[in-house]
Design a protein around this ligand. Structure first.
Ligand code: PFF
Length: 434
C-alpha cells in the first residue's frame, strides 16, 4: 500500500498527463476512421459542436470530483452512500474492458514499427493485415508486450513512471505529428483531402451520427471512465481546473484535427478510400508508405507517433483499476500492477482471437473486439459520465459561480450539469439501445 497518497510534482506535469490521457489512439486511429465512416466533414461539424458545448461540463466535473474527494472511483461513490458503491465499480470495470481492446491495437502498432525497422516489403497490406490479425499467436504476444510497457510505467508510480512517460513521449508525439502533417500536405492533390474534411454535406446528417460523435467525444477526451477523476485526485491544493479543462479540450481537438489533416490529404493523393473503417491506419496508410521513397522511415515515424500516444493514454486507463486496487484492497502498487497484468492479459486474449479462430463467436452481431469497443464507448462511458454529472451537480453541489465570474454563464453551467447534459446523455443512450 502506498504510504501517502501521491500528488503531481507540478502543474505542468499534471496538465501533460491529463493531455497525454486524452490524446491517444482515439485521435489518430479512431477519429479519422469514424469520421470516414460517417460522411466526413458533416461528422466533424457535429463532433466539434458536442466538444465545444457539452463536453466541458462532464470533463470539468470529473476532474473536480477527484480533486475534492482525493479518492479513487469506488471510494468516491461510497462517500455519498455505500449503496452507490457499485456505480464506482463500473469505472475500473470499464477501464479493464477498454484496455482489453485498446492494448490489442497497441500490439498491432508494435508489429508495424517492427515491420518498418526490418524494411519488410509487403505488396498487399489488406491481405497482410488480415493474415496477421487472424494468427492466433503473434498478435497476442504483441498485445502482452504493449500491456507490459504500460504496466511497467504505471508500476513506477506517479512521478517516476506516469510523469516520466508523459514528459518524454508527448513532445516526441507532437514533433512527429507536425513533420508528417507537413509531408502529407506537400503531396499532389492534398487539397482534396482538406475538402473532404472541411466541406460538409448536410444531407448526410442523421441521429446515429450524433451517437457516434458523442461516443468519440467521450472516448477521445477520456470522459466517463474515472481516469480524469483518478488523475484529479492526485492534484495538490491550488491547481486551476478550469484552465486545465480548456487545455485538455483544445489540445485534444487540435491533435485530432491535425491527425485528420495528416491522414486525409495522403489518402486522397493516392486515390484510396477514406471509409475503410478500423483498418484505415493499418491497411490504407501503409499502402501509401509503400509507394513513397524512404517509406519505411516515414512508416516507423508514423507508428512510433501512434505508439507514443497509445502508451500515455494506456497508462491512464490502467491507473483507474490500479488506484482502486491499492486503496480498496490495501495492497502495494507493484502487487496491484501484477494482478492487473494477468487480468487484462487473460481478457484480451479472446478479443485478440476474435479476428481469427473466435471470429464466428458474436455478441449482438459483433465480434468480441467490436463488442468491447461498442459496449465501452457507446454504453458504459456515457453511463459513467451521466452518473458523474449527477454526482457533481446534486451531491457534491459543484456550482458555476465558484469558478465562472460571468453570472449568466455560471447559471448555464449549473443547468447544464444538473439537467441538460444528463438528459442528452440519457437520450443518446436510449437511441443507441434501440
Ligand atoms: N482518450 C484516449 C484516446 O483518445 O485514445 C482513450 C481513453 C483514455 C479513454 C482514458 C478513456 C480513458 F479513461
Amino acid at each position: 500500500m502506498e504510504k501517502e497518497r501521491p500528488t503531481w510534482s507540478s502543474r505542468v506535469a499534471f496538465i501533460l498527463a491529463a493531455v497525454g490521457s486524452a490524446v491517444g489512439l482515439g485521435n489518430i486511429w479512431r477519429f479519422p476512421y469514424i469520421m470516414g465512416q460517417n460522411g466526413g466533414a458533416v461528422f466533424l461539424v457535429v463532433y466539434l459542436g458536442l466538444i465545444l458545448t457539452i463536453c466541458f461540463i462532464p470533463l470539468f466535473t470529473e476532474l473536480t470530483i477527484g480533486k475534492i474527494t482525493k479518492k479513487e472511483c469506488i471510494g468516491t461513490y461510497e462517500q455519498i452512500s455505500p449503496k452507490l458503491k457499485f456505480l464506482g465499480f463500473l469505472n475500473p470495470f470499464t477501464g479493464v474492458l477498454i484496455s482489453s481492446f485498446y492494448f490489442i491495437v497497441g500490439g498491432w502498432i508494435i508489429n508495424y514499427i517492427y515491420l518498418g525497422i526490418k524494411n519488410a516489403q509487403i505488396s498487399n497490406y489488406e491481405s497482410y493485415f488480415g493474415t496477421f490479425v487472424q494468427n492466433p499467436v503473434t498478435p497476442c504476444i504483441f498485445t502482452i508486450l504493449f500491456l507490459f510497457i504500460c504496466i511497467y510505467y504505471a508500476g513506477r508510480g506517479i512521478k517516476k513512471g506516469i510523469e516520466f512517460a508523459n514528459n518524454v513521449l508527448m513532445p516526441v508525439f507532437a514533433v512527429i505529428l507536425i513533420i508528417l502533417t507537413l509531408f502529407s500536405l506537400s503531396l499532389p492533390n492534398a487539397h482534396l483531402g482538406l475538402e473532404y474534411m472541411f466541406k460538409p454535406d448536410f444531407s448526410k446528417l442523421n441521429v446515429h451520427m450524433f451517437l457516434a460523435a458523442l461516443g468519440q467525444a467521450l472516448f477521445t477526451l477520456s470522459i466517463g471512465m474515472g481516469a480524469l477523476l483518478t488523475y484529479g485526485s492526485y492534484i495538490g491544493e491550488d491547481k486551476n481546473i478550469t484552465k486545465t479543462t480548456y487545455t485538455i479540450i483544445f489540445s485534444d481537438t487540435f491533435f485530432a484535427l491535425t491527425a485528420g489533416i495528416m491522414i486525409f490529404p495522403a489518402i486522397f493523393s493516392f486515390g484510396l478510400e477514406p471509409s475503410s473503417g478500423a483498418g484505415l491506419v493499418f491497411i490504407t496508410i501503409p499502402q501509401i508508405f509503400a509507394q513513397i521513397p524512404h517509406g519505411n522511415i516515414v512508416s516507423v515515424l508514423f507508428f512510433f507517433l501512434l505508439f507514443a500516444a497509445a502508451v500515455t493514454s494506456g497508462i491512464s486507463i490502467i491507473e483507474v483499476p490500479i488506484a482502486s486496487m491499492i486503496e480498496r484492497c490495501k495492497i502495494t502498487r507493484a502487487k496491484a500492477c501484477t494482478i492487473l497484468f494477468f487480468i487484462i492479459g487473460i481478457i484480451s486474449i479472446p478479443a485478440t482471437l476474435s479476428f481469427g479462430i473466435l471470429g464466428n463467436y458474436t455478441i449482438f452481431n459483433k465480434n468480441i473486439f467490436d463488442f468491447l469497443d461498442f459496449i465501452t464507448s457507446s454504453m458504459l462511458m456515457p453511463i459513467n459520465a451521466l452518473c458523474l454529472c449527477l454526482l457533481g451537480g446534486w451531491f457534491f453541489k459543484i456550482k458555476g459561480k465558484d469558478f465562472i465570474q460571468n453570472k449568466f454563464l455560471a447559471n448555464i453551467f449549473d443547468i447544464g450539469l444538473k439537467y441538460v447534459v444528463p438528459i442528452i446523455l440519457a437520450g443518446l443512450l436510449y437511441i443507441g439501445l434501440n
